[in-house]
Design a protein around this ligand. Structure first.
Ligand code: UT7
Length: 335
């Protein structure tokens, strides 16, 4: 009998190259002060020659698999969330699989942007609880740096994003006396606002060609965001779904030991924590060092929390995200 699914290992990987705010200020009309004040970001990591989404995902996956006490060949399913696929066709997960010593296991690319890791965790939870798969690798991985408009035209978005990957292994809990595991995950989406934070091209809906030279010149290949609109929805939806997940798991907010929020903006997270009266010491951030790594942000935080002794056996962690789609999600896990 499978009582529950649980996260048995965590890992993360970022490129070596550190890009500080001052370096961006040499490329566009921005400043270290503006970026820190509005977002909390001090630096981020960008890939260099020889690195790719698959190499970052591999680094995170290897750590997570070793942390779970497993061998790579023990993995029986790969779920990889990303909005910055290594190649749109076929994605990233296949290139990750090729770099791991795994069998011909299924590879699934998931597309839920900044909520992507929690979407992946939810599907892994279902796959493991139903007995379909036993050792699922869930990865959140982004390489934003190669797709940013680093001129002043793109400054509102370019300063926000970083490259990075986080991974976990999800396995069954068979002992009914073991209280640890994924207690609940709640997922939502609202397609009405898909164009509030998106990349317009290439688009297979554009006839006769999904990308033209004019599209490239017009900057359609770069992410665009209505920042204030997204901000307002983030600070509404995050508390909403967090409460929903806690209620579904029959957990009181005050009993949660650690809150891990998507790292889009330090001000968003502090505002949400303030609304919910979450004490600052229960909230962990890494946006200062990594920027917004979209689907990578939460599993990277989780990897840091477990290694830094911020999350110990028996403790409760609540992870909450909001992002493009719009998508939003929250998971409650007993470690
Ligand atoms: O990860 C998915 C979810 N994403 C989010 O949740 C992000 C939500 N949005 C935000 O975090 C914020 O809206 C931003 C950090 C993106 C922007 O902060 P803001 O306080 O909303 O600034 P704004 O867009 O209203 O821009 C204020 C001013 C504008 O100038 P004017 O019109 O007041 O003269 C911008 O042109 O700041 C200017 N600006 C910049 N200045 C220096 C925009 N980007 C920059 C920049 N450097 N990089």
């Amino acid at each position: 009998m499978i009582a529950r699914a649980k996260i048995t290992g965590t890992g993360m990987s970022v490129p070596d190259r550190v890009v500080r705010n001052d370096e961006l200020a040499s490329l566009m009309d921005t400043s270290d002060e503006w970026i820190r004040q509005r977002t909390g970001i001090e630096e981020r990591h960008w890939i260099g020659e020889g690195e790719s989404p698959a190499t970052l995902a591999q680094g995170a996956a290897r750590q997570a698999i070793a942390d779970a006490g497993l061998e790579e060949r023990d993995i029986d399913c790969i779920l990889l969330s990303t909005l910055s696929a290594q190649h749109d066709f076929p994605g990233t997960s296949f290139f990750l699989q090729d770099r791991l010593d795994v069998a011909e296991v299924p590879c699934i690319d998931l597309r839920a942007q900044c909520s992507g890791f929690l979407y992946g965790l939810s599907f892994a939870d279902s796959l493991v609880r139903t007995g379909k798969y036993e050792r699922v690798l869930v990865v959140g991985c982004e390489v934003h740096s190669t797709g940013l408009d680093v001129s002043t035209r793109g400054r509102d978005v370019a300063v926000l994003f970083g490259d990075g990957a986080g991974a976990v292994v999800v396995e069954p809990v068979r002992d009914s006396d073991d209280p640890s595991g994924i207690l609940d995950v709640r997922l939502h989406a609202q397609g009405r606002y898909a164009k509030k934070l998106w990349i317009e091209g290439p688009s297979s809906a554009q006839v006769p060609a999904r990308l033209t030279h004019e599209d490239v010149d017009a900057g359609k290949i770069f992410p665009k965001m209505e920042g204030r609109f997204v901000f307002k929805h983030a600070v509404t939806r995050m508390p909403e779904v967090l409460r929903e997940a806690l209620e579904a798991a029959s957990i009181k907010l005050a009993d949660v030991d650690l809150f891990l929020f998507h790292q889009a903006n330090l001000r968003i997270n502090e505002y949400v924590a303030g609304q919910l009266e979450i004490p600052p010491e229960k909230l962990l951030h890494n946006i200062q060092r990594y920027g917004n790594c979209s689907a990578g942000s939460i599993p990277m935080l989780l990897a840091e929390a477990t290694r830094g002794d911020r999350l110990r056996e028996g403790q409760l962690v609540c992870m909450t995200a909001f992002g493009s789609g719009f998508t939003w999600a929250s998971a409650v896990v007993r470690w």
